[in-house]
Design a protein around this ligand. Structure first.
Ligand SMILES: CC(C)(COP(=O)(O)OP(=O)(O)OC[C@H]1O[C@@H](n2cnc3c(N)ncnc32)[C@H](O)[C@@H]1OP(=O)(O)O)[C@@H](O)C(=O)NCCC(=O)NCCS
Length: 173
């Protein structure tokens, strides 16, 4: 881990513009095309809109985190309470130039901890496109398993795709 002064903290409204850019870059931008997990194959377009991102800040059922060093946002994660003892992780992203240095791992572990301690979750789920075999393996190496559940990708694609729903049991906080 190269980030000696790394801080993972709740996102604030002043972060939204930079964070939206970071998420867009990590998931969709051509500059991330060499990344092993990017979504460059999906139709271009906003990964998440400014207003939707801003609306996640300070909510009682969602916790949006940013990883920062100094003035720069390096990554993000979102924990959403979905039900009794159940949370979902989303928006896990790391700046393309900083991937592969365990920042994603760190964000994921912090998100799991937050789900267990703040939302009393005993299980956590996330969604991965079914053909993203390397990402599925990434999560399996971190204790996630396939639930057998899936849902269709909600936008038009030439080849329709599904999100697989993965799950991890969390130890009591
Ligand atoms: C997924 C993501 C958050 C991971 O963050 P990261 O900081 O790069 O991850 P880490 O440094 O913790 O781990 C890197 C992992 O990538 C793996 N990896 C690196 N290059 C790879 C490649 N070419 N193929 C497959 N796996 C690769 C490494 O083996 C390592 O996994 P391991 O620790 O189990 O061995 C980041 O790649 C990202 O932002 N991707 C775009 C957004 C996205 O797809 N988010 C997830 C949506 S479900």
């Amino acid at each position: 881990m190269l980030f000696a002064d790394l801080l993972i903290r709740p996102a604030i409204h002043a972060d939204v513009e930079e964070l939206q850019n970071l998420i867009q870059c990590a998931y969709r931008s051509p500059s991330a095309a060499r990344s092993w997990s990017h979504e460059g194959e999906l139709p271009a377009g906003e990964r998440i809109g400014y207003d939707r991102l801003a609306g996640l800040i300070g909510g009682s059922l969602a916790h949006l985190s940013v990883a920062v060093t100094g003035e720069r946002i390096l990554g993000s994660s979102l924990v959403t309470k979905r039900g009794e003892e159940w949370c979902e992780i989303g928006l896990l992203s790391v700046a393309p130039d900083l991937q592969g240095q365990q920042l994603g791992d760190r964000l994921l572990r912090e998100a799991e901890l937050h789900a267990a301690t703040s939302f009393a979750a005993s299980r956590i789920t996330l969604e991965v496109l079914e053909y993203k075999a390397r990402l599925i393996c990434y999560y399996e190496r971190r204790g996630y398993t396939r639930t057998g559940l899936s849902r269709p990708y909600p936008h038009h694609l030439n080849t329709p795709a599904h999100f697989l729903i993965l799950e991890k049991r969390l130890p009591p906080a």
